[in-house]
Design a protein. Structure first.
Length: 181
């Protein structure tokens, strides 16, 4: 196959799901040898994309995108659109983060500030990236990223906790902003 990134994507998502080639093969009714051929680019998986995507619990389009190498330790997920969830499996964009971000919370991710409604929060500009920590303790004066009715908002935690809406969800604490010109 000319573009082997589809096979590489199958392998990436299979490994993220902690599946062996045999386990994935069993899910789609193929042999482990065929999964190996798909991953190495020796056979075309095009007729199996939907089946493979369902077995890997991803959207089929993710198998068609060229991926970014995420093997370096300081690369964290970058979200440029609102995903189903803020996990590595829901993006192909990655960003080199400063070491202190990773040390602070290894599950940190970055989100493009253009997709966030600032809600009259002057502390953050609408150009650049926000580093989000989903696991850090949130204090009263911290800013948080909140998911509300299919949109993302920046809120001061003390204001959010006063008006907490049942359908809103705290995504994480904003630990830094990187301004991009």
């Amino acid at each position: 196959m000319k573009d082997n990134y589809i096979g590489e994507n199958i392998k990436i998502y299979r490994e993220r799901r902690k599946l062996t080639q045999q386990e994935l093969a069993d899910k789609i009714g193929k042999t482990w040898e065929m999964i190996s051929r798909y991953e190495r680019g020796l056979s075309s998986p095009m007729n199996q994309l939907t089946t493979l995507a369902d077995a890997l619990d991803i959207h089929p389009a993710l198998l068609l995108k060229e991926h970014t190498d995420i093997s370096t330790n300081n690369r964290i997920p970058l979200f440029v659109e609102i995903p189903k969830s803020f996990t590595k499996k829901d993006t192909f964009h990655f960003y080199s983060a400063p070491d202190w971000i990773i040390q602070n919370d290894e599950d940190s991710f970055i989100i493009d500030s253009k997709i966030i409604e600032r809600n009259n929060v002057p502390d953050f500009e609408n150009k650049g990236y926000l580093y989000i920590s989903p696991n850090n303790e949130i204090k009263e004066d911290d800013f948080i990223l909140v998911s509300s009715s299919d949109k993302l908002l920046i809120e001061k935690f003390k204001n959010y906790s006063k008006k907490q809406k049942s359908k809103d969800e705290i995504i994480g604490k904003i630990v830094a902003q990187e301004i991009r010109l």
